[in-house]
Each structure stands twice: as structure tokens, then as C-alpha cells.
Design a protein around this ligand. Sequence first.
Ligand SMILES: *Cc1c(COP(=O)(O)O)cnc(C)c1O
Length: 392
Amino acid sequence: MSFLAKNYNRKKISFKYGKGSYLYSKDNKKYLDFVQGIAVNSLGHANPLLVKTIKDQSKKLWHVSNAFQIPEGEKLAKKLCERTFADYVMFQNSGAEATEAAIKVARKYFYSIGKPKKNRILCIKNSFHGRTLAAIFASGSKKMTEGFGPKIPGFDHIDFKDSKPRFPNIRKRINKNTAAIMVETILGEGGIKPIPDKCLKYLRKICNEKKILLILDEVQCGIGRSGNFFAFEGSKVKPDIVPIAKGIGGGFPIGAVLMNKKVAIGMTPGSHGSTFGGNPLAMSVGSKVMDVISKKNFLNNVKKLSKYFHFRLSKIKEAYPHIIKQVRGKGLLIGIQLFEDQTKFIKKLMDNKLLTIRAAENVVRILPPLNVKKSEIDLALKIINKVCSEYK
Ligand SMILES: *Cc1c(COP(=O)(O)O)cnc(C)c1O
């Protein structure tokens, strides 16, 4: 008998503890965890540095109100701004809060410059920005919005196609009331589909032309996951607003909105807030995650290992062209797209002690910690190969 609401279809397994890339189940089995809380535990389970940080900070100070100065938050914000396009950071607790705050920043900017009617946000149909009311209507996915009406107004949608042009009719979808285009740099839940650099450049060009803002949702693909600190970095595109969450806390809930100076003018005292957002405990952990990811060679190593992982997966695809349709993604955000529903495949991987998670379009999503070892990737490859060889 469970007293939890039934909004998840949970697997019948629970874990006693985790260490690095591994999880240990209640029935004493060892699993290679390539879910890592869906790209959350960027440095693996129970990372000693993070354990020490949280222990030390928990003896000093957990929470104070944002009515006071919070030096730990100042420190993390500085690190994020020095590393990225951003001039300012606003802390939240989750991805959905961060994407909604990003929308608020965009709208308030236009309000502040005397254009209050410029408030519509153009998003990709069936994308993912979180599960709060505005975020589900931003995604425009029937599955997520059904039963949760009335519809939250203010969102328009474009398709993102596998074929060219990737964004058909996008100019027609922008009108005088459009404030921003908001897209995931790599569609995560939508099936691990990177928006090609060229298309990101095209979006930036349109935004400049129409004098609207570009919001890139890096909640899943950011913080080193793609091999770059942000997935858009390879394109040289500079967004105006970027919501982040998942990986930045290394397992501790943190969300944030990064923004440039121009758009930050709307964020005046009292305009936005969060009781928990930016608390000292969260901030000290986030700061430590930043230190580790910013170390020389950390991201080079992610790039090197992911290149190897993608190459070896492409060989498995070649060997089983009737099972695997495509291997896609960037860095350690990897999707294996199957020809048929992926449920059975994920189950077989799990039977062989490899944990993965689904995404749309029959995709098996693979999310190792960013500090994964080559030997652990080899073990995963061995299991994936075995499951393919026995697959019927
Ligand atoms: C997970 C995710 C969110 C929502 O994050 P939550 O912390 O679950 O609210 C938003 N955008 C993207 C791209 C995500 O992957």
C-alpha cells in the first residue's frame, strides 16, 4: 500500500545508496546508473567533495531570507557570470521555476521599455519546459496539458522538423506582440534532438531582426552535459536569457535564470522572488559543482569520453541496423533511437544492471555522470551490445 499519488509509473526497485556511477539496490544488486536522476547528479552519487561541502555548510547556516545578503549566492552568481554570457543571475529551486522566471524576465523587459503588449512567447511544439501551469502550455503538448485547462494564454508554437527547413514558417509565427523565442538547445524529453548550430544562428538572426529576445532552455543540456559548459557555445550564439537547473546542484535542487544586462532592467526590487531560492546550503553546493566543472581539462575529458562513447555506439548501430535507427545527442546527453517502442529494451538493460531512461520518439536516453570513467562506459557498451544480440 502506497500513500503516494499515482502520477508516476515507478519501476519496482529502490536503492540503499549510491557511489559515483553506481547504485546499490535494496536487494543488494549493483547497477551502473546512466540516468543519474535525469542529468542531475553531474558528479555522480555521494561525491566526496560535495558531501564535505554540504556537511560543512550544514553546521553553519542552511537558510536565511532573501531579505538579507547571502554571500554564498553572490559567489555562485559571480562564477556563473564569469563563465558565461550572463551579467546577472536569479536563483530558483527547479527547472520549471527557472523557465517561468525566464518568461517573466522577457515580459517585464518589454513592459519596462513601454511595450507591454509584447508578451507572447514562441516555443517549439511538443518541447519540454517543466510541469507548472505556464510551462506545460509553453510546451504545447497535448499529453501534458490535457485536463489542466483553462489554457494559459501567451504561447505560440512552431514545429522543429528533422527535415529542412527545420523551422518552417517561423517568420509567419512572429507578430508584433511576440516578445521572445524560447527553445531547448537540445530537446531532451522530446527525444535528444540537438538544434543544429546553423539553426541556432538563424534563430538569433531573426530575433535581432524582429528585436525580440532569445531564451535558450539549458535545464537539461547545460552545465557541461554537452561537452561545452552550455550546449549553445559551439554555435557562438549569444542568448538573452538562459534558465538552468538539473546539473548545477549535483543532486541538490537548484534552479536559476541567467540574463544579460539589457533584459535585467525589469527585475526591480519586489518584481520576483522565491523563499527557498538561493539559500546558503544550495549555493555552497552549486559553487563546488562549478569549481569542479571549471577545472582545466574537466570538459575536455567529457568531450573525449563522449566522442568515444558515440563512436562505439555507432558501431553497435551498424551491427544491429534492424534494432537501432539512430544514435544522437551531444556530449554525455545521448539518445539511442529504436525502430520500435523502447520499453522492453530499457527493461533488458536493467536486467543486465544498466539503468537508462526513456525519451520521446522511441529513444533510450543515456546520462552518465560527467566524471564517468572509460571503464564504466565500456561496461555500458558491453551490456548494450549483449541486449542487442539477444533482442527479439
Ligand atoms: C527537466 C526540465 C525542465 C523542468 O525541470 P524541473 O526541475 O523538473 O521543474 C525544464 N526544461 C528542461 C529542458 C528540462 O529538461
